[in-house]
Design a protein around this ligand. Structure first.
Ligand SMILES: Nc1ncnc2c1ncn2[C@@H]1O[C@H](COP(=O)(O)OP(=O)(O)OP(=O)(O)O)[C@@H](O)[C@H]1O
Ligand SMILES: [Mg+2]
Length: 465
């Protein structure tokens, strides 16, 4: 029995052993299968990733912005990345339309308006459109040195100056020779000089205010664009029959900077409108020279005639000092160091009355605010003059009478619309290339201020004698 049991037992043991081996084999097979499956999954995933990378690579090759995005800094935030992913639009700038200038023959000349010092101006009609325009022939000095810089500046500064109160430059046209270059402008019926000459009374205070505000807004525009006009005067201020002035004649204009360029031409601005620092030979000057001219124009509008009509430079400075008083080291520090100041024999200790301006007596009808504005514009010391923007803020423009609405301006018959004007008996803008040195010699102005004068107004009276 025991051996049978044992045999049975042996058999049973073998059986168990066989089963165990069989199961192990089965487990190993399953494990192998699982590993094969896992491997298959990994391979597929790798293949997919590779395909995706290839796809992206292809996109990048044809899509520059994506490439730029990948080059961007790692630190940039997701918003920037999103932005960068959007397709980019090209920025478009208005490029100047370069092209050949049209021929002046496209215009039919109607009449001469004025022969200025640098060219002539005529009224003309564009044949194709029948539009009436003004044609100004530019003076072409020293053509051997190339296109004159002054003509270039006139075109360039006027082209940049698109403003309601600055004459509109339409185009540049040419004739048959290099000498024939013309600017085509809107035609404006009057200039303030010719208009005032034909008026029996000066402009009303409310009209003067409107004209001053318009002029100053044009000057403020120029100065904010770094342009010096350098020839502000009534004959360069045009006026249409809609009560609007248009600043013109950019023949002396130029760009400036901060600080102003050295060696600016000293011989600028028509004598009667020329600032004292220019007359005294200042080598650098700024926007203040235009503000002096604005002061002269203000006075001229009030009086209907130019206020400082010097016969020459010396006479001009003496007229200025008679109106505005002698500068002192306090009112104009450093003026004695200006080149021409040394030749002026000014009294070393001028009597107090001689240093006081005569504005109040000369402009007896002007309000206190008006006097204050005129005094500041005609400050001998350039630093004492307001900027054009400050002028516009002056109480003079806010007090009564208020500036007249331009629609309410009277209209006048246009002389420019008729036949050639006579040459006016007024000084011209300085000639280009005339040097810049004003010969003062030894000028004794001490006598000017020795005699006593009577000054009324402003609560003081001066009596010398
Ligand atoms: N656009 C215009 N429309 C009508 N008249 C104009 C126009 N431009 C100029 N004028 C007239 O022609 C005159 C001379 O023009 P402008 O001042 O531009 O020339 P200029 O030769 O530089 O003159 P000047 O040397 O006398 O200052 C002006 O005073 C004005 O009467
Ligand atoms: Mg002029």
């Amino acid at each position: 029995m025991s051996s049978a049991k044992s045999r049975w037992a042996d058999n049973a043991e073998e059986e168990v052993q066989r089963k165990r081996e069989k199961e192990e084999k089965k487990r190993a097979k399953l494990e192998k299968q699982r590993q094969a499956e896992e491997e298959e999954v990994r391979r597929k995933k790798a293949e997919e990733e590779a395909a995706a990378r290839k796809d992206e690579q292809n996109r990048e090759d044809s899509d520059r912005p994506t490439k730029r995005r990948r080059l961007s800094h790692d630190g940039e935030d997701s918003r920037t990345k999103e932005k960068a992913e959007q397709p980019r639009k090209l920025l478009r700038f208005a490029a100047p339309a370069w092209g050949p200038c049209r021929h002046v023959d496209n215009f039919e000349r109607l009449n001469h308006i004025e022969e200025g010092s640098y060219g002539w101006v005529s009224r003309a009609r564009e044949t194709a459109t029948a539009e009436v325009v003004a044609l100004k022939k530019l003076k072409m000095d020293n053509l051997n040195d190339g296109f004159p810089v002054t003509a270039l500046r006139e075109i360039q500064t006027l082209k940049e100056s698109s403003h309601t109160h600055i004459v509109d430059l339409r185009e540049v046209v040419v004739g048959d020779t290099l000498d024939d270059v013309f600017i085509v402008m809107e035609f404006v019926e009057h200039d303030l000089k010719t208009l005032q000459d034909s008026m029996s009374e000066p402009f009303l205070p409310s009209e003067t205010k409107t004209l001053m505000a318009q002029l100053t807004s044009a000057v403020a525009f120029l100065h904010s664009h770094w342009i010096l006009h350098r020839d502000l005067k009534t004959s360069n201020i045009l006026m249409n029959n809609q009560g609007e002035i248009k600043l013109a004649d950019f023949g002396m204009a130029r760009y400036t900077g901060d600080p102003p360029p050295p060696n600016l031409t000293q011989l600028v601005v028509t004598l009667w409108y020329r600032a004292p620092e220019l007359l005294l030979g200042a080598k650098t000057y700024g926007f203040e020279i235009d503000l002096w001219s604005v002061g002269c124009i203000f006075g001229e509008l009030l009086q209907k005639e130019p206020i400082l009509q010097g016969k020459n430079e010396v006479d001009q400075i003496s007229k200025i000092l008679t109106l505005m008083g002698i500068p002192t080291d306090t009112t104009w520090p450093g003026f004695r160091r200006l080149p021409n100041a040394r030749s002026l024999r000014l009294p070393p200790n001028p009597p107090p009355h001689a240093t006081k301006p005569n504005i109040r007596r000369t402009f007896a009808l002007l309000t206190n605010a008006g006097v204050d504005l005129l005094l500041s514009l005609l400050s001998l010391n350039p630093d004492g003059r307001p900027s054009a923007a400050e002028v516009l803020d002056h109480p003079y423009f806010k007090e009564d009478p208020k500036p007249k609405a331009k629609e309410m301006f009277p209209t006048f018959p246009s002389k420019a619309g008729q036949e050639k004007q006579r040459r006016r008996d007024t000084p011209s803008a300085p000639k280009r290339g005339e040097g810049g040195k004003v010969e003062f010699g030894a000028v004794d102005l001490s006598g000017l201020f020795g005699a006593e004068r009577e000054e009324g107004g402003a609560g003081f009276q001066l009596r010398m004698g």
